[in-house]
Design a protein. Structure first.
Length: 259
């Protein structure tokens, strides 16, 4: 298939020969983000968006899936975590069983992580326990739109199944195990079920966005497809098409608030 061929040809040399579930992959992806100005600008924008929605008040801030990112540069005293040990991570944890006291967290943030969590209902249950009233879960995740279906189905390495009957997926490994359509399934298709199962977590925002920039950046798995100086031009193109983001967005910003 064309997508598989392009992924092989354009694979980033730092991670091309390393298994996706190898802990070294996360550390190398951090290097890749730092070395690609176009891609780093996207991550900086994502982290700034998370910061803009942080709840005020007391409580710790936890990031889940910190290995490849640099969110700690944006949120002071952030508790960085990962499912395996890697550089820059303060604690190793399983998102389905958070090692925090009830009501002790002010916010949980993550970027491109929720769709990798197996038995994700257990995460929401424990997150609801750990968050203080008014605390939030803030996420940037893949989203299902007519455009994103084409890209994620044919040009992305992760599984993407909007027709999955439930919220589970094969547990192949911490990074390879995934369903990129899972956030959309939970918060759009199955929203009524989510609200029934987790009544203390209210959905504040679902904002589809970014139809093109991550794709042309090459992401963390491929070589740079665009020089950094073109980022502003692509940003302008996306803003012109803002009214079409519900049909074109490849990602969504999601905010849940603990009642």
């Amino acid at each position: 298939m064309l997508g598989s061929f392009l992924r092989r040809v354009l694979a980033h040399p730092l991670t091309a020969s390393i298994d996706l579930d190898d802990a070294r992959t996360s550390a190398l992806r951090k290097q890749i983000i730092a070395s690609k100005p176009f891609l780093k600008a996207i991550y900086d924008e994502w982290y700034s968006l998370l910061v803009s929605e942080l709840p005020a008040g007391n409580g710790a801030a936890l990031e889940i899936g910190s290995g490849a990112g640099h969110c700690a540069e944006f949120i002071p005293d952030l508790i960085t975590s990962e499912v395996f040990s890697c550089p820059g991570v303060r604690i190793v944890l399983d998102a389905r069983q958070l090692p925090f006291a009830a009501g002790s967290l002010r916010v949980i943030v993550m970027t491109n992580v929720l769709h990798h969590i197996p038995e994700v209902g257990r995460f929401f249950g424990d997150a609801s326990r750990c968050l203080r009233p008014g605390g939030k879960i803030l996420m940037i995740e893949p989203w299902v739109t007519p455009w994103s279906k084409v890209v994620y189905t044919h040009f992305h390495h992760e599984p993407f199944d909007p027709k999955s009957a439930d919220w589970s997926f094969p547990a192949t490994g911490p990074l390879s195990g995934a369903n990129g359509a899972l956030p959309w399934i939970i918060f759009s298709r199955d929203r009524t079920e989510f609200e029934s199962r987790f009544p203390k977590l209210s959905i504040e925002h679902i904002r589809p966005f970014m139809p093109f920039r991550y794709l042309v950046s090459g992401g963390v798995g491929m070589r740079s497809l665009m020089p950094g100086f073109l980022h502003s031009a692509w940003l302008s193109v996306e803003h012109i098409l803002k009214s079409q983001w519900p049909n074109l967005g490849m990602f969504a910003f999601l905010s849940l608030k603990r009642s």
